[in-house]
Write a protein that binds this ligand. Sequence first.
Ligand SMILES: *[C@@H]1O[C@H](CO)[C@@H](O)[C@H](O)[C@H]1NC(C)=O
Ligand SMILES: *[C@@H]1O[C@H](CO)[C@@H](O)[C@H](O)[C@H]1NC(C)=O
Ligand SMILES: *[C@@H]1O[C@H](CO)[C@@H](O)[C@H](O)[C@H]1NC(C)=O
Ligand SMILES: *[C@@H]1O[C@H](CO)[C@@H](O)[C@H](O)[C@H]1NC(C)=O
Ligand SMILES: *[C@@H]1O[C@H](CO)[C@@H](O)[C@H](O)[C@H]1NC(C)=O
Ligand SMILES: *[C@@H]1O[C@H](CO)[C@@H](O)[C@H](O)[C@H]1NC(C)=O
Ligand SMILES: *[C@@H]1O[C@H](CO)[C@@H](O)[C@H](O)[C@H]1NC(C)=O
Length: 538
Amino acid sequence: MLPLLLSLLAFNLRPAFAATAEQWRSRSIYQIITDRFALEPGAVVNECNLADQTWCGGTWKAITQNLDYIQNAGFTAIWISPVNQNYQGPKTAYGDAYHGYWNADISKLNEHFGTADDLMALSAEVHRRNMYLMVDVVVNNVMSTSLKPDWSTYYFTDPADYHPYCPVDFSNITSEQDCWLGDTTVPLPDLNTESASVVSKYGAWIQDLVQTYSIDGLRIDAAKHVKPNFWPGFAKSAGVFCMGEVFDPLVANVAPFQGASLDSVLNYPLYYALVAAFGLPGPQNMSALTTVLTQGSAYQDTTVLGNFLENQDIPRWHNLSVDPQSHYNAMTFSFMSDGIPIVYYGQEQGFSGNADPFNREALWPSNYTNTTSYQLMTTLNQLRNYMINTTDWATQKTNVLTSDQHGIAFQKGSVITVLTNIGSPAQNLTNTAFQSPWSQGTVTIDVIACRQFVVASSGYLEVEYTKGGVPVVLAEAGSLQKSGLCSTVFTALHDSSTGPAAVAQSSALRSLRASLGMDSLITLLLMTSLGFGSGWLM
Ligand SMILES: *[C@@H]1O[C@H](CO)[C@@H](O)[C@H](O)[C@H]1NC(C)=O
Ligand SMILES: *[C@@H]1O[C@H](CO)[C@@H](O)[C@H](O)[C@H]1NC(C)=O
Ligand SMILES: *[C@@H]1O[C@H](CO)[C@@H](O)[C@H](O)[C@H]1NC(C)=O
Ligand SMILES: *[C@@H]1O[C@H](CO)[C@@H](O)[C@H](O)[C@H]1NC(C)=O
Ligand SMILES: *[C@@H]1O[C@H](CO)[C@@H](O)[C@H](O)[C@H]1NC(C)=O
Ligand SMILES: *[C@@H]1O[C@H](CO)[C@@H](O)[C@H](O)[C@H]1NC(C)=O
Ligand SMILES: *[C@@H]1O[C@H](CO)[C@@H](O)[C@H](O)[C@H]1NC(C)=O
């Protein structure tokens, strides 16, 4: 009996979820800075002065208590900021370690955010909701306030565990990998990840962290700053999906980190392209976006890349682009194209802080309001989750149908997305026309505005923006019937007194559409002539 019992116990020690890339592909992620997401009941409500760069009081327990806000918007995973012990000393010129990226002794948890039990409870509650937990880990470096740190206070105590100090030369890859990030005020001592003892100690550490807290995936900070051949062994020890941060606009520099090294990378090239294409004001450079899409073949698998518009290191979308439609269109791209959509907490509240530390606003002053942006991401998640549940949508590849300076139409699986960068003002010029793969008579629904249209004989569709540039996401009505989306349209369809082209709107939908600025502003004209090219109609 005893050997059997032992093997059962050993089996049970495997993390409950320990998700793979295959499993993460179908998820959508809400990114949290633990210190800034939520306060526990009874905590002192503070406005969180960002310039102070200190703790504002968020905890793991408070995340656990506020998961409804995330799950109700259709997210199926959370990514939380690093959980390990950080620098504890007096406030530095760059503030305190509220963000979690200033590692000290990583065998311990960061007591500012709660206890081991609190973190386990968060993990358990996330799993009870069938969601995944991704934890941010910092491997490349620790933090110090001196170029000659007291190594005894770190997890890695031997000076030989670190590369010797040198400032990073960002034009030299070896220097980026071996030298110290940060500066001489707050240097970030660089681990010697070629050392066999560092490799083995890191392997043991990550295996223990993942198993103890049943972590389903890792986001790996500064992955670009470690030699790529370190990652396969680390990822194997972790035993879960790994998404690396390779902060670089070029596909050629980012793509090599996916594959043998890591399952996935954050899609920085797509981020820069979305800003170039949709930012207002901006170059409105749609070809920057199509170029990045064309380069997708350099990646091992575009369908597990992490797509984002905001994070803790870059300005909020609304600091770059104040027009709400630019945000809605770019966000729709990040959900409806290849990859795992990631929303950075506060994006749904229209936060507009600039770079660090102003992009780390506390969420509580927003009152967790059900905003237009929150509703749009809810709809996009609902459609995406439904398509993934019922079809092979997640592994289908994005196919651009047409594009020009002001718009793009693309297909993924059985969904066609039509986006524009003209922003909120009405424009007569920008009509988008393209040949859809749908045959005559197909009833389609734009799930954002809940309008239904029938495809004409040529298969051509045209979108006009006579009241402003809204995103349009089309799917065949038949495929959406059980999705719970646009239910009023289906009610109308079943009412024999209204024809298939009728559009029914509940007052709730009408108000959502009005707040999106789209009340009756999209017209999908049905092209009955073959005389149109497949480009844009001007
Ligand atoms: C690149 O950086 C490494 C590490 O600092 C250094 O040894 C090497 O000389 C540098 N190469 C060039 C071409 O500057
Ligand atoms: C637009 O993007 C393309 C592709 O990245 C680039 O070659 C071109 O220079 C950009 N144009 C402008 C006006 O920025
Ligand atoms: C951008 O961020 C800075 C710093 O937070 C802020 O002062 C400025 O108002 C922001 N700009 C916009 C357009 O919100
Ligand atoms: C949040 O609620 C408080 C108290 O009711 C109110 O003063 C504040 O304006 C609200 N903030 C937002 C963004 O709705
Ligand atoms: C947000 O508001 C919309 C429109 O009123 C509603 O359908 C949706 O259920 C709300 N979401 C939440 C989480 O309250
Ligand atoms: C997808 O399937 C899961 C598991 O059956 C279910 O819980 C969830 O509600 C479905 N989601 C959608 C949007 O259909
Ligand atoms: C669009 O064109 C129509 C007809 O030419 C004109 O009446 C209308 O004022 C124009 N609208 C805008 C916003 O330019």
